[in-house]
Design a binder for this molecule. Sequence first.
Ligand SMILES: [Zn+2]
Length: 335
Amino acid sequence: MSFNNILGQERAKKILENSIVRGTISHAYLFAGPEGMGKRFTAFNFAKALNCYTNVGDSCDNCLSCRKIDSLNHPDVGLIKPEASSERSESRGSIRIEAIRELQKRLSLKPYEGKKKVVILDAAEDMTTGAANAFLKTLEEPPGETVIIMITSNLNSLLPTVASRCQIIRFNTLSHEHITEILIKNYGFRREHASIVSSLSKGRLGRAVTMDYKAVCKLRSEALKLIINSMKGDIEYIFSESKRLARKGEVLPEFLDFIIDLLRDALLIHETETNDYIIHKDIYDELRGFSLKLKKQFIIDMFDTVYRTQTLLKRNVNQQLALDSMMMSMVGDYR
Ligand SMILES: [Zn+2]
């Protein structure tokens, strides 16, 4: 997989390609941006491009070096990621000082067979303070022929002294249209499907391509049902649904995003009655059906309620209570 296979991150690709071609490779890079943007993929491809026997500025995927890196068997390319403290631990763990010491030992040796020693530090923000401080020394005096690539989806929680010693490469979320086009062109999606999946991916291509369209549609009908039943004031539904949703845990933010998207479409239909900018074009009639029965301000208030609930849920509140309250606030004059 060469740089051409990294879709959408044109700026990041250009910077990395140019640094090899022009010989201005940094000792340390920091790839920063949300999850699902191709940071890990790009890091491995950069490692391949740096060591490729055939190409300059990109990988060939065929030479022995490229193949060894692909199968994680290259002696000069290493990956460090957070390890849980015990097998039973549910948290994703941290990068501990022992791992950094091991890395320093490896970096003190010359490359065995590659041109550059490359170390990829995944989830670098998960370094313990001890690890980060030890790592600072490596960043201050990097051994020759070494390239360190740190990856983070949370730049703010990285020690500023660490971040400031790296060249920061940002991975940005993509526009709705851009992801839709990529899904159609590169992944064979039908346009209507692509648009819906893209909407839910919130600009993260990695998330979009792993989504199951059928599951997405199921989630969407649940979201639509929630809006309508809440507006109707179906109390029995509200209390059983909040209980069910509270158990969903990780998918909950995504589910609320879906509700916001549907309300956005409903508002657009309410105001313009066209379907030009509608994301969920395939259920236009359903959306029109309820949006035209509502007052504009009521839809706006619902938006507000769902946004507020999203913020609340991030703060460790009782999820079921927060959802009850959200749906109760959505009860309106609807028949
Ligand atoms: Zn190669």
